[in-house]
Design a protein around this ligand. Structure first.
Ligand SMILES: [Zn+2]
Length: 256
């Protein structure tokens, strides 16, 4: 970073800060996950912004699809406000981010579902609408049978991620659908002693899933590349470096 560079995103931990906690996690296979939810072969993955699902759950989505499972993604916002805090909202950014999102989902072989059109940066004030929208997505898939919800963790540091995590938990509890949570910014920004309220596990995946994750994440040029001379990236390399494994937070109980 040069003296002229303008960080767009606050700095976070080195990966070593979480090393002990991550090395203590149980190792699960996709077969183990499937055995946890017999009869449920469809993932509905919820994002606050286009890219959450790919960065935080892309390896699992790829592995799930390759094991014969079904997966659909929805996003609450188009991520249009990612530069608001530096005073810029580029024309066409929302459309561009949704193009990136569809390319990433194609790399993961995941179906692109609806975009809710809720306000980026404002999900905490739109939680009723968010919950209704998640219910709608479950209805679009024919109801809760056979479904698992996948969403950012309710303690992921971004307020929008927290709102989506809470909405998923609320809908899952109401409909009896298991909810699995992934991290996006958590290991980069949060302390490793955070109580996640569930079982933090590492999901072992194949090289093909690592490659699919990389291809998906590379789709998000607006997030990975500086968008103005002298700026940093919204998603900096140091944050992406944390995502060298698939983490998942599973419920403590075997059944929802
Ligand atoms: Zn996000």
């Amino acid at each position: 970073m040069t003296a002229l560079s303008r960080p767009v995103t606050g700095g976070g931990h080195d990966r070593s800060v979480w090393r002990d906690r991550l090395e203590a996690t149980e190792r699960w296979s996709v077969a183990d996950l499937r055995a946890l939810v017999p009869g449920r072969d469809r993932l509905l993955v919820l994002s606050a912004h286009p890219d959450d699902e790919s960065i935080g759950a892309g390896r699992l989505l790829s592995a799930w699809r390759r094991s014969g499972g079904r997966a659909r993604a929805v996003t609450a916002t188009a991520g249009e406000a990612c530069f608001d805090h530096v005073g810029v909202r580029p024309n066409g950014l929302a459309a561009e981010r949704l193009v990136e999102w569809r390319a990433a989902l194609a790399a993961l072989d995941v179906e692109a579902g609806t975009t809710y059109g809720l306000p980026d940066g404002g999900l905490e004030t739109a939680e009723d609408a968010l919950v209704r929208a998640v219910h709608g997505s479950v209805d679009d898939l024919g109801g809760p049978d056979g479904l698992v919800l996948l969403a950012p963790h309710p303690l992921d540091p971004h307020p929008d991620h927290r709102a989506v995590g809470r909405a998923a938990a609320a809908v899952g509890a109401r409909l009896g659908v298991p909810v699995w949570h992934f991290r996006v910014w958590m290991t980069y920004w949060s302390a490793p002693d955070v109580d996640l309220g569930g079982r933090l596990v590492t999901v072992d995946v194949d090289d093909a899933d690592d490659r699919a994750w990389e291809a998906a994440v590379r789709s998000f040029g607006t997030q990975l590349e500086p968008q103005r001379p002298g700026w940093g990236a919204v998603v900096p390399p140091a944050m992406l470096a944390h995502h060298d494994r698939q983490l998942l937070v599973l419920p403590l109980e075997e059944n929802p």
